[in-house]
Design a protein around this ligand. Structure first.
Ligand SMILES: CC(C)(COP(=O)(O)OP(=O)(O)OC[C@H]1O[C@@H](n2cnc3c(N)ncnc32)[C@H](O)[C@@H]1OP(=O)(O)O)[C@@H](O)C(=O)NCCC(=O)NCCS
Length: 210
């Protein structure tokens, strides 16, 4: 899935389950603390994916700790992102010389629960999504919009250190692509993204190239 949405120069790794025998770095173990097994599994496998991807930059043993707002802390000179959902874990990393920031997000290709779109979408986005769902139900467009915004946030945060609300970006969905126009003070007027759907999953990405 990630191969379809990432440009050359971005290293990635993904898995559709939790491989046996995968362990956390001891420092990550401390950072995670006591959590339910499901949370431990996603946290552990996504970091294993990240280390697989990081190995091409010589950082295959690096712990990936968390900053104050849960953002992943990458080795010096590296930018990256992780995502996990039922049946999927993935990570993407790149050299900071080539990529300023990136975000990836995976979601089940299913409608979002009732009420979510009311929070996550602008009124005009809701109108467009309703039309797409009626006319072209090839993907759960509402979930895709949600995922696009999550990828935007994951790319936005390392660049700004600031919160970006769902109401602060206007997303326009295209065929395999999307544009998020930022409605508040921003280093970029818009973030460009890509998406793919298959095997019951939606994966989105935003890569801000240098
Ligand atoms: C942080 C957030 C984007 C995570 O997305 P999610 O779909 O819930 O979960 P995912 O599994 O896809 O991603 C989780 C990973 O995101 C990463 N992440 C968490 N906070 C982050 C941040 N501030 N910046 C970048 N990445 C972050 C972490 O690696 C986390 O995994 P981990 O806790 O196991 O390390 C989401 O929970 C959130 O807070 N969203 C609100 C902000 C938003 O989306 N605004 C929309 C702007 S248009």
């Amino acid at each position: 899935m990630l191969e379809a949405v990432l440009p050359p120069g971005v290293a990635w790794h993904e898995t559709f389950g939790d491989p046996p025998g995968v362990e956390l770095h001891p420092d990550e173990e401390t950072a995670l603390g006591r959590v339910v097994p499901r949370r431990r599994a996603e946290f552990t496998t996504a970091r294993w994916c990240a280390r697989q991807a990081l190995s091409s930059f010589g950082h295959g043993d690096a712990p990936i700790l968390r900053g104050p707002t849960r953002e992943p802390l990458w080795p010096k000179g590296i930018v990256g992102s992780m995502t996990h959902c039922e049946g999927y874990r993935g990570a993407a990393v790149a050299s900071g010389d080539l990529v300023i920031s990136l975000g990836i997000d995976a979601e089940p290709d299913q409608p979002v629960p009732d009420g979510v779109l009311g929070v996550a979408a602008l009124p005009e986005e809701r109108v467009v999504v309703a039309g797409l769902l009626a006319d072209d139900p090839v993907v759960a467009w509402d979930r895709l919009l949600f995922s696009a915004k999550e990828s935007v946030y994951k790319a936005w945060f390392p660049m700004t250190g600031r919160w970006l609300g769902f109401e602060d970006a206007h997303v326009t969905l295209g065929e395999g692509v999307f544009t998020a126009r930022i409605l508040i003070d921003s280093p970029l007027p818009a973030f460009e993204g890509r998406w793919v759907a298959g095997g019951g999953l939606i994966v989105t990405s935003v890569v801000v190239q240098a």
